[in-house]
Write a protein that binds this ligand. Structure first.
Ligand SMILES: CC(C)(COP(=O)(O)OP(=O)(O)OC[C@H]1O[C@@H](n2cnc3c(N)ncnc32)[C@H](O)[C@@H]1OP(=O)(O)O)[C@@H](O)C(=O)NCCC(=O)NCCS
Length: 340
């Protein structure tokens, strides 16, 4: 165990090159620690993210200083348009600065800030090995009054997936939906006429995905904010591949998103996948995923890995992922602390 120090927490100055570089280094070192497969994103992407002001979900970035060094970074998010009862955060301490109280100092700051913003609940999630129920990161949050709410299982899929495997999955699903829906794949955002119905289905994802004892309200994404997020991703050099299923009425009823980070050239992130309640049971989840994967493999053959997370009880999504060939790598438990 290291020596406990008196930690000073301050807001990150997002226009201070030296401080932002040190903050990025601390976050990357923390994320990579014990996870050799993890490919970090670039300083450029982090800086754009830190400087981006999202009125719907403002953030505060706090740093723990150890002399001139940034020992830790905590980002607090305060949703303003939906789920305003909660605040969520992530917190990283550089492995060389751990067990000296920096994490606790940042945590105390976050609790104080969330309380003063009138939030009744503080949420976080983080990566831990599959086989270590008493891992240090769990002990840290438990010591700070958090309780486990639900656990996502993180899976990876090595690319490329054989074409005949994808053809087989396509052949099983197509007869169930063909003639009623059309599939379309779009790069960096769907066209304007599809945006309202896409936002509607995206807003339902958090409501329907299993999240233990936490009940999320629908989110409030709209075409204006959707365009804003796409602009930020474009500036970061990221690519988003979206496959949608469109009904005969011209509305998006299912979607899946893959995001290709700029600074992590082998990695692909699976974002949301969702099928509207009235359109389930027709294998549209598998259909949109297979189609998006085909486009990914055809146009971005340098990408080697997709990473995704699903709640252990989400058997529908998990079975699609297992059929595609995803394998379990780590866990992402979500913890909650109620603020009295
Ligand atoms: C979890 C993390 C933030 C802790 O940061 P830290 O600066 O080392 O935390 P502190 O020094 O304030 O630790 C406070 C207490 O938490 C517990 N704790 C922290 N790390 C622990 C570990 N690896 N093993 C066991 N207990 C641990 C201990 O009780 C510790 O008190 P002690 O050192 O007097 O025994 C840091 O390890 C980290 O960045 N992990 C990766 C990101 C992450 O998982 N964040 C957790 C979500 S908030």
């Amino acid at each position: 165990m290291g020596t406990t120090v008196r930690t000073r927490t301050t807001l990150l100055d997002v226009h201070d090159d030296d401080q932002t570089r040190r903050a990025h280094e601390a976050v990357v070192a923390s994320r990579v620690f014990g996870r050799p497969w993890f490919e970090p994103t670039s300083y450029h992407e982090a800086l754009l993210d830190w400087r981006h002001e999202d009125k719907a979900e403002p953030k505060e970035i706090w740093v723990a200083q150890d002399g001139a060094d940034v020992a830790g970074v905590a980002t607090l998010y305060l949703p303003m348009e939906d789920n305003t009862w909660l605040a969520w955060f992530d917190l990283h301490v550089h492995p060389e600065h751990r067990r000296r109280g920096h994490g606790s100092a940042l945590m105390d700051r976050l609790v104080e800030r969330a309380r003063s913003a009138g939030r009744s609940s503080l949420l976080t999630d983080f990566m831990v090995p599959v086989d270590d129920p008493a891992h240090g990161y769990r002990r840290f949050v438990e010591r700070h009054g958090f309780e486990l709410s639900y656990t996502e299982v993180v899976r990876h899929l090595n690319l490329p997936v054989a074409d005949d495997h994808l053809d087989g999955l396509d052949a099983q699903s197509r007869p169930r939906w063909a003639g009623h829906y059309r599939l379309e794949t779009h790069v960096n955002g769907v066209p304007a006429p599809l945006r309202p119905s896409l936002c509607d289905v995206m807003n339902q994802l958090g409501v329907d995905a299993p999240t233990g004892d936490i009940e999320f309200e629908p989110e409030s994404l709209n075409p204006t904010r959707y365009a804003e997020y796409l602009g930020l991703e474009r500036d970061m050099g990221r690519t988003r591949l979206t496959t949608v299923a469109v009904s005969e009425r011209g509305e998006v009823v299912a979607y899946t998103d893959l995001v290709l980070p700029h600074g992590a050239p082998s990695t692909v992130w699976q974002y949301g996948t969702y099928v509207h309640r009235e359109h389930r049971g027709r294998r549209l989840g598998m259909a949109v995923k297979v189609e998006n994967l085909r486009r990914l493999q055809a146009d971005f053959p340098e990408r080697k890995l997709i990473t995704t997370g699903n709640d252990g009880t989400n058997s529908w999504m998990v079975s699609i992922n297992e059929d595609l060939g995803f394998r379990v790598v780590e866990l992402c438990p979500a913890y909650q602390r109620k603020l009295g």
